[in-house]
Design a binder for this molecule. Structure first.
Ligand SMILES: O=C(O)c1cc(=O)[nH]c(=O)n1[C@@H]1O[C@H](COP(=O)(O)O)[C@@H](O)[C@H]1O
Length: 305
């Protein structure tokens, strides 16, 4: 069977083979020091290339966070290009965490930078922020569709401050997070095995949809839901048909056992993502790989695979 051109299908199939885990590549100052490296470009290069060598032939996804590269200026961007190229060459899908979001005309330029295969920073998918309105992200959705790339839109972030905005109710009664989830999901309609347009849901948040919330949605929108008690009223993922990036695993407190509670029936689409924790056993590449294999198994078991 020829490899699918669509990000959603490629992500689905590769995670079946390699497991669902995403390895974050964040050359964090504290981690460089912990590895006995200087917090400079050379140190960042040693750190990143060790993780690339240890992991990119084994995991389905890697997620470099752009800020940790940008802090070293043009040399950092060159290092990011190398991380992207070598990870993709090893068969991993690269999700670049850039959290971009702007008016449509500027968003088109961001999309060109990361989703146009002609760019030296082209990746398989990016993270974007919807707080100028999910519709302002349309240029990224369009370019992603044209080139078989993916987009992950922030919906319920892992940080404690996020809920003030994301759980707020819109004029139509939906939470801001639910509005984002539903608007992104429009782009995944009829896609199989799943669409290419994902969301970001932190592992550290409360669980999904209360019975009360489901009743409200049922009476407001006529949608019926399977409900589980003690769930977070801000989001319901039961209809979502795309990849769900789940950061906040490990260092921020998220555990594989949280995945069913946080994601409910959408758990099969989860991409649990660890950054700092996977670098902790370093700098020996073999120790990093062994620890990631153990986390991979824990995630698979929690997801019932
Ligand atoms: O989009 C993200 O990846 C992201 C969203 C979110 O809600 N929370 C979150 O921590 N992240 C990113 O995920 C990584 C988490 O790092 P660790 O806490 O070290 O695993 C960082 O690169 C964050 O920028």
């Amino acid at each position: 069977m020829p490899a699918s051109k669509e990000f959603g299908a490629r992500a689905y199939h590769l995670s079946q083979v390699r497991g669902p885990l995403c390895a974050g590549i964040d050359p964090h100052g504290a981690l460089l020091q912990y590895w006995g490296l200087d917090d400079d470009l050379d140190g960042a290069e040693r750190f990143c290339m060790t993780l690339v060598e240890a992991l990119t032939e084994h995991v389905a996804f890697v997620k470099p966070q752009s800020a940790f590269f940008e802090r070293f200026g043009s040399g950092g961007i060159a290092l990011l290009e190398r991380v992207i190229a070598e990870s993709r060459r090893a068969g991993a899908l690269v999700i670049l965490d850039v959290k971009r979001g702007d008016i449509g005309s500027t968003m088109a330029a961001y999309a060109q930078a990361y989703l146009d295969p002609a760019s030296s920073l082209a990746v398989d998918a990016i993270t974007v922020s919807p707080f100028l309105g999910t519709g302002s992200l349309q240029p990224a959705f369009d370019l992603a569709s044209a080139h078989g790339k993916g987009v992950f839109v922030l919906a319920r972030t892992s940080n404690p401050e996020g809920k003030q905005v994301q759980k707020a109710r819109r004029l139509d009664g939906k939470s801001v997070a639910q509005g984002v989830i539903d608007e992104v999901n429009e782009h995944n309609r009829d896609a199989e095995p799943m669409g290419s347009f994902g969301i970001v849901v932190g592992a550290t948040i409360g669980a999904c949809a209360t019975e009360g919330d489901a009743r409200l949605r049922e009476s407001t929108y006529g949608i019926t839901h399977t409900t589980v008690s003690q769930r977070d009223s801000a989001h319901d993922l039961s209809q979502f048909n795309g990849p769900i990036l789940v950061p906040g695993m490990g260092t921020q407190g998220g555990r594989p056992s949280d995945l069913p509670r946080v994601l409910g029936p959408a758990m099969n689409f989860a991409i649990p993502s660890y950054s700092r924790q996977i670098a902790q056993p370093g700098p020996a590449a073999a120790s990093i790989r062994t620890a990631v294999e153990a986390l991979q198994e824990e995630c698979r078991a929690a997801m019932g695979e």
